[in-house]
Design a protein around this ligand. Structure first.
Ligand code: DGP
Length: 116
């Protein structure tokens, strides 16, 4: 049994978040600690700890995460100026919450992919 994450609690409505989109597969909400003017997390409703735990049967859900990020980028008005999608995996990847999530960042020039 996986230890519940803050994201599972947001999805279940136990913790408040600014939810922009939800369906039977995924939930999208604003990051509590934004690193850019637009910083949104797209998260599967089922808890998958890391990218290493993704199964072939998750392919549709992963595609839905990306398609939803693109749609939200358009709604937020950053599709043309540009944005970045990031998924962090494990310690060296900078993962803090062990429930996979796609970061959608934009609203300013984001610079090089890595700053160090
Ligand atoms: P990562 O380092 O890739 O695991 O990113 C985790 C992100 O989750 C980080 O940008 C901050 C965000 N986050 C952590 N706790 C909460 C929370 O309670 N609410 C919201 N909305 N975001 C959170």
């Amino acid at each position: 049994m996986l230890k519940t994450t803050v994201f599972s609690q947001i999805i279940r409505g136990e913790i408040l978040a600014d939810i922009l989109y939800q369906d039977q597969y995924i939930t999208a909400f604003r990051d509590v600690s934004p690193k850019a003017p637009i910083h949104i997390l797209i998260v599967p409703n089922i808890q998958i700890s890391t990218l290493n735990d993704v199964l072939k049967s998750d392919t549709y859900m992963l595609g839905r995460m990306v398609m939803t990020a693109i749609s939200i980028a358009k709604n937020e008005g950053i599709a043309e100026s540009g944005y970045r999608l990031i998924m962090n995996c494990n310690k060296d990847g900078g993962q803090e919450v062990y429930h996979i999530h796609l970061h959608l960042l934009g609203g300013r020039p984001l610079g090089a992919i890595l700053d160090r």
